[in-house]
Design a protein around this ligand. Sequence first.
Ligand code: V1S
Ligand code: CA
Ligand code: ZN
Length: 373
Amino acid sequence: MKKRVAYFMDNDIGGFYFGQDHVMQPHRLSMTHNLVLAYGIYRKMEVYRPRLATPEELIQFHSPEYIEFLSRVTPDNRTLFRKELDQYHVGKNADCPLFDGLFEFCQLYSGGSIDGARKLLSGSSDVVINWPGGLHHAKKAQASGFCYTNDIVLGILELLKFFPRVLYIDIDLHHGDGVEEAFYVTDRVMTVSFHKYGDNFFPGTGSIWDHGFGKGEYYAVNVPLKDGMDDESYESLFKPIVQKVMEMFRPSAVVLQCGADSLANDTLGSFNMTIKGHANCLQFVKEFGIPTLVLGGGGYNICNVARCWAYETGVLLDTALDDTIPFNDYWEYFAPDHKLHFEKDNSVKNMNTPRYIDSVKEKVIENLRCLCA
Ligand code: V1S
Ligand code: CA
Ligand code: ZN
């Protein structure tokens, strides 16, 4: 049966600016949206402009003091908030700068995930897409790794109002630490993150030995990976692990974080995935036919992020996109070939040996078997 797909996007979100030299560029969201328009696939889904999440909605996870601070602080009045800026890690180091419109930016990307969850709950959509969301590092009372409010936790909390069990899958290059931490001791949310791990790579968490605690024991799954992950290696872990998770956990809804920094040639990343390899993960999850909230996340080669999320929008709509990119507002960004797909980089060595991949798979599946006990 054809799936009803809803898509949340406010083109203004591309105008927020983290500052000169910052790698997080919301402009990638305007580029993605422009490709969705140029390919004409917006016609096959319900397109919504997200509502601004209210402070009351944001404090369902975050502390009221942190949200009050985010709603009041601006670059012009920052001297009044010296203590709080330090305490909440906003403007403390380059990762989470204080920029113009910061709170509205948080309200927009969080509003899309909250309302997206509500559309799944009401049954009016089968799949909801919110590419501005997926900011998985934000904590209850602290910004971290370019993330200020955690729209994923807020979306999952909304889903838990009626769905008994929610599965969270995170294919961003980085560990989904904020989401894991929020649900570490519950058996109602299973968090599964695939990520680069080791060499002090940010955020430093996500060891295979971290698997939840108390009632949540074995409900956190970590898949630590090394540089050079390619499509074949990724698929050989993703499919059996997600298959086993589906069998053991039987989720009523799925939240899929699709950070595009796991692609080859990402400026922060060191994986070697193609767009098709990345999108195969979405296709695999989609085939389970469970209500799914699809979110963005990282991704620092902005042209490839736009290519990837536009292609994945097509995958969710069962619509193949031509490899030649149609004329669009950002035409020159896709020069010289104006193609949607790129090859993996054959000069990059895959440090994940077949033996390493097998050992990770075995250990993760062994942990999942403990859910029976
Ligand atoms: N790796 C990395 C990296 N690069 C930056 C950065 C670069 C330029 C800037 F102008 C500002 C920041 N920060 C980091 C990482 C954070 C990565 C966050 C990933 C987010 C996500 O994709 O998962 C989801 C959206 N931060 C660090 O490594 C911390 C530092 C340890 C080093 C960098 N300095 C700026 C802060 C401290
Ligand atoms: Ca991840
Ligand atoms: Zn990331």
